[in-house]
Design a protein around this ligand. Structure first.
Ligand code: C2E
Ligand code: CA
Ligand code: CA
Ligand code: CA
Length: 278
């Protein structure tokens, strides 16, 4: 092959080569898609355990002209790797503010309602996050308390001092914090008490097992106990059945989200759902 030669490190790996080419292709396509306005946020309702709407989670979607609707799991890591995540985050932020503005204009915006945005590790560590958040909310006349920042549990395992500083600063401005995928990471439990956390989201993998056996239940029960001892709300994500809802309610979960109630919806379908369920 063309890679043969004196350099010992230059042996040719076709699998790696294909992977790199695919990544570069995807990166180029993301840049094009941003320019063509193919990304947008969908919204999945969040309900209190008694069934009232308390918020929604914004989940990005790529409306690809030939590939159809693309799941974020396949492009978020590439966007992070190639420095494109901030652009995507700003699209989601814009869509969140537009939704909040529409709910207010239609007079169906409740006081306690907020919309979550998933924040990537690299965005959370960036000094521009606060500025981007304020740019969006000031453009649309939205309050910080209407935006919930979802960071993952694994992000707490890094530099604790800078995480505490960043969270406290945003919290003091009024933004709300949720710890996503809770139970899957390595966060030291004692850190939880020093962080300004409003909500823990129990990862779907635990909700999937809550009806299986006693050990499936005990993990969920201990997360709930931990959260409540720290005065933190507990949200169960990925709730798919009435049986799951029933047991989660008996265990003391505060709020739920999942296909049992609604899938992530487009802006207009979300509005329709919201008005039918308010
Ligand atoms: P996540 O934040 O844990 O989001 C929950 C995922 O579970 C979403 O997948 C949602 O559609 C799905 N889901 C919700 N309820 C159910 C259910 O009852 N059953 C099943 N089977 N699935 C359910 P989605 O939208 O494909 O997003 C995947 C991941 O991509 C998210 O996981 C999040 O980590 C990431 N992501 C999505 N949007 C954004 C974004 O705007 N920014 C960043 N940085 N990451 C995002
Ligand atoms: Ca999330
Ligand atoms: Ca999650
Ligand atoms: Ca997840």
């Amino acid at each position: 092959s063309k890679m043969k030669g004196g350099n010992s490190s230059s042996f040719y790996d076709p699998a790696l080569q294909t992977l790199l080419e695919n990544q570069t292709e995807l990166e180029t396509d993301i840049v094009r898609a941003i320019a063509c306005d193919e990304f947008c946020a969908y919204f999945q309702p969040q309900l209190s355990i008694d069934g009232s709407i308390i918020g929604a989670e914004a989940l990005i979607r790529w409306n690809h002209p030939t590939k159809g609707l693309i799941s974020p799991n396949s492009f978020i890591p590439i966007a992070e790797q190639f420095g494109l995540i901030q652009k995507l985050q700003n699209i989601v932020l814009r869509d969140i503010c537009i939704l909040l503005e529409t709910l207010r204009a239609d007079d169906v915006l409740k006081n306690q309602f907020n919309v979550s945005i998933n924040i990537s590790q690299c965005q959370f560590n960036s000094s521009t996050l606060k500025g981007e958040l304020f740019k969006a909310i000031e453009t649309y006349d939205v309050l910080p308390s209407q935006i919930k920042l979802e960071i993952t549990e694994s992000m707490l395992a890094g530099d604790l001092m800078s995480t505490v500083k960043q969270m406290k600063e945003l919290k003091s401005q009024g933004f709300v914090f949720s710890i996503d995928d809770f139970g899957t990471g390595y966060s030291c439990l004692k850190h939880l008490s020093v962080l300004p956390i409003d909500e823990l989201k129990i990862d779907k993998s635990f909700i999937d097992k809550v009806l299986d056996n006693a050990s499936g239940q005990s993990i969920v029960q201990s997360i709930i106990g931990l959260g409540h001892s720290l005065d933190i709300n507990i949200v169960a994500e990925g709730v798919e059945s009435a049986e799951q809802l029933h047991i989660l309610k008996s265990m003391g979960v505060n709020a739920v989200q999942g296909f049992l109630f609604a899938k992530p919806l487009t802006h207009s379908n979300y509005l329709k759902w919201h008005k039918e369920h308010q």
